[in-house]
Design a protein around this ligand. Structure first.
Ligand code: PLP
Length: 437
């Protein structure tokens, strides 16, 4: 599909989904904010990923970073498309298992794995990437107790440097993740660790999420590939058989254009590390944002419109609870906001700089600051675009605001839409229970 066809289709589907969601009363007095996810779009992106990483003789397992959209039906949907799960907490592992993701398609990367978590993964045969020497020592003890089918690797921090967002950069000199490859003596320590443990058969790296340029990501993968070659030479056999190259493909939040593409990244990898796809290693990927972000949106009612100090302010129901990063780090995570009328159609009229505020009780709860938009008024709607990953599924419980419902949609052959519930809204009763009541 050509980029422009895809962009047109993305925006047409979005228009239709919004007006249909309004017509079906999915946004209402009790549920003034909802998430919408284009499941066909997710399937198409999964297919593009699979095609971009198809190389003769190379076995590739794509996993989805569950933290990007931690919803059981989304994981089921991806699993049907052949995409597994990368999990980073006991909760995420439970969600992946509830979705029926096979153990062989699951990778456990929790930064702070407990003994119980490691034991569960080893007994299920789920792949584990150890973060540090102390974790590896725990795995040693567990391995002595029972046999396991789990592939096991070590997470390497190639220390290639930061991207444009510090909090998303995992390959800095002092990042909290993995073993720093360039620290004095580290590489020898790692080679020795593999020599002593014939069951260590993977290497893992994840160089960053959003803001890390493709060539920096590829340099991280190149460092890990070179390390695998060195280990295999040292032990005299192909002990490391799989390289887990992580996720981190950045997403364009400025327009409907998908840029960079998985194809761009695969080409960059092939140019930087030509031997990566020569068939000597299986590949695991762990993309999150780039699979789901562009297919989701948050739709919220404008409860009030007002003006203070000459500033037009729309008070909406979408704020820090569904767009946490955008509210707390607005320069790193700007979102496109659409101004819609009560039936979900794009508003027109002169553009007026407006603050689009959320429902949380702190002054900084703004989705957009002085954004030129047609003037919003009470009863209108706003759509926050590209929020299919790390937004409605990554709720922040401030002000006891409930988790909103999330609706998935697919397009029928006649062009009409079919909606399914991906998550029900949290009820006030559930909220009381969650709050100790
Ligand atoms: C968050 C994370 C990912 C996914 O990152 P995206 O930027 O969403 O692709 C993959 N692997 C690990 C280890 C992560 O922490």
């Amino acid at each position: 599909m050509s980029p422009t066809t895809r962009e047109t289709r993305a925006s047409r589907n979005r228009r239709l989904a919004i007006t249909e969601a309004v017509r079906r009363n999915l946004v209402n007095e009790e549920q003034p904010v909802v998430g919408l996810l284009d499941l066909d779009g997710v399937t198409d992106t999964a297919r593009e990923l699979q095609e971009a990483f198809t190389f003769p003789g190379v076995s590739v397992l794509h996993t989805f970073a569950v933290k990007a959209a931690s919803l059981v039906p989304v994981l089921q949907h991806l699993s049907r498309a052949g995409i597994g799960a990368e999990v980073a907490s006991p909760g995420e592992l439970a969600i992946a298992r509830a979705a029926g993701v096979p153990a062989s398609h699951t990778v456990l990367d929790s930064p702070a794995k407990t003994r119980a978590e490691l034991t569960e993964a080893l007994s299920a045969g789920i792949a584990i990437n150890a973060d540090n020497p102390e974790e590896l020592a725990r795995i040693d003890l567990l391995m002595d107790r029972a046999a396991t089918a789990s592939p096991i690797g070590i997470r390497i921090n190639p220390q290639v440097g930061a991207g444009s967002i510090g909090a998303m950069s995992t390959a800095t000199a002092t990042s909290k993740f993995g073993i720093g490859l360039r620290d004095e003596g580290a590489e020898d320590w790692i080679v020795d660790a593999y020599t002593r443990r014939p069951w260590l058969n993977r290497l893992h790296t994840h160089t960053g999420s959003q803001g890390v340029p493709l060539d920096l990501m590829a340099q991280g993968v190149a460092a890990v590939h070179a390390l695998a070659e060195r280990i295999n030479r040292a032990v005299g056999r192909r002990q490391v058989t799989v390289l887990d190259i992580g996720g981190g493909l950045p997403v364009n939040f400025a327009s409907d254009e998908v840029r960079p593409t998985f194809g761009d990244y695969a080409r960059t990898l092939r140019n930087t590390v030509p031997a990566l796809f020569d068939g000597n290693y299986g590949i695991v990927t762990e993309f999150g944002r780039s699979i789901a972000a562009k297919h989701g949106l948050v739709l919220a009612r404008v409860e009030y419109a007002k003006s203070t100090g000459g500033r037009a302010i729309a008070v909406t129901h979408a704020g820090a609870q569904v767009a946490t990063r955008t509210v707390f780090a607005p320069d790193a995570w700007p979102l496109r906001v659409e101004a819609l009328n009560a039936s979900g159609a794009l508003k027109d009229g002169p553009l007026v700089p407006q603050d689009v505020a959320g429902p949380c009780c702190f002054a900084g709860d703004l989705i957009a600051h002085e954004r030129p938009l047609p003037l919003l008024k009470q009863g209108d709607l706003v759509a926050l675009l590209d929020t299919g990953a790390y937004y409605f599924s990554t709720h922040f419980a401030y002000n006891s605001l409930p988790r909103p419902s999330v609706h998935g949609y697919t397009t029928n052959s006649d062009g009409s839409l079919h909606f399914t519930t991906l998550r029900k809204a949290q009820t006030i009763k559930e909220l009381i229970v969650e709050s100790g009541g």
